[in-house]
Design a protein around this ligand. Sequence first.
Ligand SMILES: Cc1cc2nc3c(=O)[nH]c(=O)nc-3n(C[C@H](O)[C@H](O)[C@H](O)COP(=O)(O)O)c2cc1C
Length: 352
Amino acid sequence: MNLDLRESWFVRDVEIPTRLVLAPMAGVSVQAFRRQGRRFGAGLVCSEMVSCAGIEHRNEKTLGYLRVASDEHPLAIQIFGSEPRTMAEAARMVEAAGADLVDINFGCPVRKVTKTGAGATLLDEPARAAAIVEAVAEAVDVPVSVKMRRGLRDGARTCLEVGPCLVDAGAATLTLHPRSAQQMYTGSADHSLTAELVSLVDVPVIASGDVTSRAKAQAVLAATGAAAVMVGRGAQGNPWALRQIVDGDEGEPTREEVVAELVLFIRETVRELGERRASSFLKKFYGWYLGRGRFPRPFKQELVVLDSTEDVERRLIAAAPGALQLIDQLEAELPGGDEVLLDLPISIYGGG
Ligand SMILES: Cc1cc2nc3c(=O)[nH]c(=O)nc-3n(C[C@H](O)[C@H](O)[C@H](O)COP(=O)(O)O)c2cc1C
C-alpha cells in the first residue's frame, strides 16, 4: 500500500502537516535539530524530556529547554516527573513558552529517571499515571500527548491496559515505542502492539521504533493504522532520511550539502548552548554527519580534537569549499533573531 506521508492529520485542533514526527531524544533534540527536522519534512517536532522539578525550581539550564523558535511549530515539549501537581505546573510553563502540545514521558527506561518514580515506571502505576495526565490536561488548553513503552519487562503488554485509561484521563494522542524498558534499545520494536493499541483507542497513535526508511514507514503505517511514524536514531546527523521517508527522495547529499547542514547546525547550537557546552555536545554529531561513507573516518577524529567550533567550521569548509554558498542560502532562508525566550509567567503562580 502506498500511503501518502505528506497528508496532514490532527491532534484535536492542532494540524500536523505530515505523517512523520521527529522523536524526542535527550542530548540530541536541541532547537537546531528540531528546526532542521521541520525543514526536511517532519510534521511535528519534540523537545527532549524536561524535568518538571527543574522547571519548578527555575533551573537555568532546564528553562533553556523551553526556548521556542517561530519556525518550529507545531512543537511538542516533553516533561517528566511523578507528581501530578508539579507536572501540571510544569505543563503551564510549557504552554506559556509556546508549545503546541504538552507531551508526558512514560517511557524513559534510564535509572536516574525511573528511580524517582518517573518515566517508564509509571506504566506499572496506572492510577498515578492517569492522575498525572488528568492534572496536566486540566492545567492547559493545548492538547496533551503521552509517550510510552510497551511496559517494564520483556514481553509486557502493559501499554494496552494503561493506554486507554490515559485517553480517558485526557490524552489527545499516544506515542508507543513498543520495546520494554528492560530492553532499552536492544532487540526490535514490536509494532503488532501498536496495531492493537490503535484498535483500542479513538485518538491518533504515533508509532515509534526502528523506522529508518520510507519502506519501513509505509509498512508500519499500513500494518498498524497509526496516524504517523516517529523517527529518532535514523535522523541523527541524517536529516536527508526524513526527506527520503516523506517524499521518497532517494538522492544522497553531496559533501557540500553535508558540510553546509553541519555548519549551520554548529552555529545554531553555539547560539543556543554557548560555546563551551556546544563544543562537547556537538562531538557526537560529527561522526553522525560525516559517517555513512560521506567522509574518510580520520576526518572525524581530526574534528573532535580541535579546540573551538570555529576551528571545526574552518576545517569543514576547507574540505568542501562549495558549502559556503549553500550556508549563505540556508541562513538567508531562516527566520532570524525571533527566538521566543521564556518570560517566566509569574502570574500563573499568583506572584510566587
Ligand atoms: C539518545 C536517545 C535519547 C532519547 N531520549 C528520549 C526522550 O528524552 N524522551 C522520549 O520520550 N524518548 C526518548 N528516546 C526514545 C526515542 O524517542 C524513540 O522512541 C526511540 O529511539 C525509538 O525510535 P528510533 O528507533 O526511531 O530511534 C531517546 C532515544 C535515544 C536514542
